[in-house]
Structures are given as structure tokens and as C-alpha cells.
Design a protein around this ligand. Sequence first.
Ligand SMILES: [Zn+2]
Length: 351
Amino acid sequence: MTPRQRFEAALERDTPDRVPVFLRDLTLGLDVLDVPTPRVCAGRFDAELSSRAVVATQRHLDHDAVVGSIQFCGLETEMLGGRLRFPERGIPTIERPPFIAPEDVDRAELPDPLTDEPMANVVRAHEITSRRIGKEVAVLGNIEGAVTKAGLLRGLEAFLMDLLTDRGLAEKSIEFAARLGEDLAGALASHGADCALFVAAASDNPDLIGPDDFRRYSLPGLRRMVRVAEQHGLPTIFHPHGIFTDTQFSSLVPGSIEQGIAGFQFAEGNDLALAKREWGGETCVLGGVDAFTTLLLGPEERIAAETRRCLEDCGTSGYVMMCSCSLHRGIPLGNVRTMVDACHRWSDGVL
Ligand SMILES: [Zn+2]
């Protein structure tokens, strides 16, 4: 099987020849090429170099599925009047959110992801990546959930405060974020991200917004992304943060599956064995080694042991090995390689 076929089979809950690995390596490739962050991410965004980093990382680490471009949270910040900071060897961060004043939400105009930079160049990077490796390797588009994006646009603390004190304003931010997400999802799906759409939703977290607002905003927001993906014949993977294997939030998983997703990535702290047992009949389970402890700190033996435990918990069908979140530069490449190798060895019956 090709890596792409392997990934597609797992997402359809079939049994591929070995468990596929998807690293969701958002800025990790900058370490592989050893380039400063601003060189790719600042200003107009360098589509060519971004794609080169993604391809070089896949060649180096031998994973089955990639996000088609280097990416970071708040990509559209400067297009909408906010400010980003680009550390030389770090992850870009939002210095001033674009909707810092409530009236900014009303003033904002939706960018066109196919013509407005830097977004257009991120889309173009997916196209270049797909042309280079897309026949063999699964290329995905990574977009943010509506609540998560609203938190980035408004600033998370301000947004959470809006939810408590000015719901109308919060809802305007969510609506803007959802439209932005729909437009970007459509652009990516028709320009290289032709395997699946991944909805990254760190602040669509019931611990943060409560289960009621998760149902009220996160799930309808997800449904809108699924609809765009469906229009392009693509499956959707959902990755909200939170402990969904706890009884207080577990009913939100079937609620998410009902929106039409093909896969659910569980973040750190979830019980993967329980997730597979409860929901593996209806959705592909994604997740694995804790990114912020095990994968960052090692050592190798611990990474291999945790990889093996995840594989034993989830088995060979309908499971995509990931780590618990996304991968950014600064995570030791050798540690990631250890995880991928351990997954291969387990599938070959030698771990
Ligand atoms: Zn995450």
C-alpha cells in the first residue's frame, strides 16, 4: 500500500497493511530545513519554501499523511489588522489580536483565501506539496474550529469574557470565524488538500466553554466545515481539546460523530482504549503519545513503550497513530523518528 492508501483505509475503518502515522507537523519542518521562522512565515508567506519543508520532513520521518503547508495559529491576524510576532527559531504568536476592540468585529471584512496574502500563499503551498508527493502521501488541510478561531481573533480571554457578559458579540466573532473557516476549507480542498480536512479545535474545549456552549457553538461550527468538505468529496477529522473519555463529556463524542466526521483525534489525557471500545465502530480514532511530556522529553525507551501501548489499545483497524496534539519546531526530531519507527516495528510484529 502507498502511505496515502494506508491513511485512507484507516480513516474508512478498514485494516491497512500497517498502522498509518499522521504527525500534523505544523512548523516542525522548519527545523528539518533549519530555516528561521520569519523566513517562511513572516510577510507574504513563502509557499515554495513552506512546501519544501513539508516534503523534506516527510522524506526524513517517513510518515503517511501531512498537512500541505507549514502552518501556525492566527495566520490571518495581520490581514485583519492585528500583529504577529515571529521568533527566529520559535512558533509565531499573536501579539495583538485583530478584534481587540468590540467594534473591530463589525468592521472586519472576510479575506479571499485565493488572492489575499499570506493566506493565498499557504493555499498555494498545499498545491505545490500535492503536486510533489500527493499521489503517494495523504495531503490534508488544517483549519481551526469556529470557537477556537473566534478565540484567536478576539484574544481568548476577551472571547471567554464575551461569552459571559456579551453573548451577541461572542456570537458575531464565532460567525465571522466560521465563515473564514468555510472559505479556507473550500480553497484548500480544491487546491491540493485532497485527502481530508482536519478541524483543529483547541478552545472548542468543554472544560473551557462548558458542554452547553460546546453543543451550541462547536458542533454547528463543525457541521459547517463538514458540509464544505463533503462538497469536495472529502472526509473530516475533528480534534477538540478536553477529556472526552470522562463521563461528564463523553456524550459530546456521539454528538460530534453525528455531524458527519470520519475521525476524532483525542488530545492528551484521554483513555484511547476506552475511546476505541466506545466509538471505534462509528469513527476512526486518532491520537497517541503525549506531545508535551513523552515526545518532548523522551527518552527513547519511554517513547517506544508509550507508542506500543497506544497501538495495543487501538489495534490495527480504524486507527491513525498521531501524537496527542500537533507538532511544532523545538520537538526533537530524533524523538519523533523513534515514535514513527516504533509504530512501524509494532506493525511488523517486532516490537
Ligand atoms: Zn491539539
